[in-house]
Design a protein around this ligand. Structure first.
Ligand code: ZN
Length: 352
């Protein structure tokens, strides 16, 4: 608990139209508009916007931003900070800790005059072979997402979902399994988990997924043999696994595959109705976001008396936190939750 003479975090961490602003440090965290100084939690486009003058993030996030936005648009000046390293900016101590969400994702930890705030960005507690695991940082204020903050959202162990996919592949060797998944994070996590489960055949990729897989490999994540799905013959894709953006799996692109079994890997697949409406035959509940239990456990473990909720289903979470003696506040930050899992699979832009 914060000693009585330290400032309340809301006196130095401000909610502005551009996002969270650390006033004494003079920097924004995941700003929604181009700013002078930005600290970026991870590379998803709703957190990492183009056009900032100065960007501080992990080396991996900077590389992902550059790969997606192009040289120059991912910060005129880039500064890499390793998890565990500490910087001092105008009297604010700043450090990063892994968030377990995607490669390079980090929680932004700040301390000013003895008062500590942690902005977690997006995070999950499940194991992910492509992202360093979430680390608990005790704080006075914890800022959390709430994408899946309803008791109905409980993600099963991801290994069981991968096993379901491989069982289906074994059952239908004449058909192509096309798995809809987001291009940053989910795609590479699925590949790595398939490899862990012993799938050593080539994995085929939609064009939208190829660049970031290359970036992951350049950053040291081994994904095995990957092939472009577009140049493969229909005959060669029988019994194969193809990864594509969620928006592509149920449209014309997938119909050229051999009797495709349409799968989608997303936390939303817990809602069977949504899976059915999207024409998904094999829903896989695999999410890069914390589920209900993980959100509550994390908000408790960080021991913060106060939790701010950036976006998502804040009402249920704030109510549940109140029952545990934790004060909750909804920030209603606009512009967050517009990428990856948080978008309905049928409306996602395959080119994004
Ligand atoms: Zn994200």
């Amino acid at each position: 608990m914060r000693p009585v003479n330290t400032p309340h975090p809301e006196t130095w961490l401000k909610v502005t139209p551009s996002g969270l602003f650390c006033e004494p440090g003079g920097f924004f965290i995941d700003p929604t508009r181009a700013v002078d100084r930005a600290v970026i939690s991870h590379g998803h486009s709703d957190h990492a916007r183009p056009g900032h003058a100065h960007v501080l993030a992990t080396r991996e996030t900077l590389a992902i931003m550059t790969a997606r936005m192009g040289e120059g648009r991912a910060g005129t000046a880039q500064q890499a900070l390793r998890c565990g390293e500490t910087l001092e900016i105008n009297g604010v101590r700043l450090w990063l800790r892994p968030a377990g969400h995607v490669l390079g994702s980090a929680q932004v930890c700040m301390e000013w005059r003895g008062s500590r705030a942690v902005v977690s960005g997006d995070y999950k507690r499940q194991a992910d072979p492509t992202a360093a695991g979430f680390e608990v940082e005790p704080c006075d204020l914890f800022v959390t997402e709430a994408t899946f903050a309803l008791p109905v959202f409980r993600h099963p162990p991801p290994e069981t979902e991968i096993a379901r996919l491989l069982r289906s592949v074994a059952l239908f060797p004449e058909r192509t399994h096309v798995v809809g998944c987001y291009s940053l994070g989910k795609c590479q996590r699925l590949i790595a988990m398939l490899r862990q489960a012993g799938w050593d055949r080539p994995i085929h990729l939609h064009g939208a997924h190829q660049a970031l897989c290359r970036t992951y490999e350049e950053l040291g994540v081994r994904l095995g043999t990957l092939r472009a799905a577009t140049v493969a013959r229909k005959e060669d894709l029988k019994g194969a696994i193809v990864l594509a953006p969620p928006g592509a799996v149920a449209d014309r692109w997938a119909r050229r595959l051999a009797e495709p079994v349409v799968a989608v890997a997303s936390g939303w697949m817990r809602v069977r109705q949504r899976a059915k409406q999207s024409g998904v035959e094999l829903p896989l509940v695999i999410s890069d976001h914390a589920d209900w239990d993980e959100l509550l456990a994390t908000c408790t473990e960080v021991q913060a008396p106060e939790v701010w909720v950036t976006h998502g289903r804040e009402d249920a979470l704030i109510h549940a936190l109140g029952l545990r003696g934790i004060k909750g506040r909804a920030l209603h930050l606009v512009g967050l939750g517009e990428e990856e899992d948080e978008v309905e699979v049928v409306t996602e832009d395959p080119a994004a």
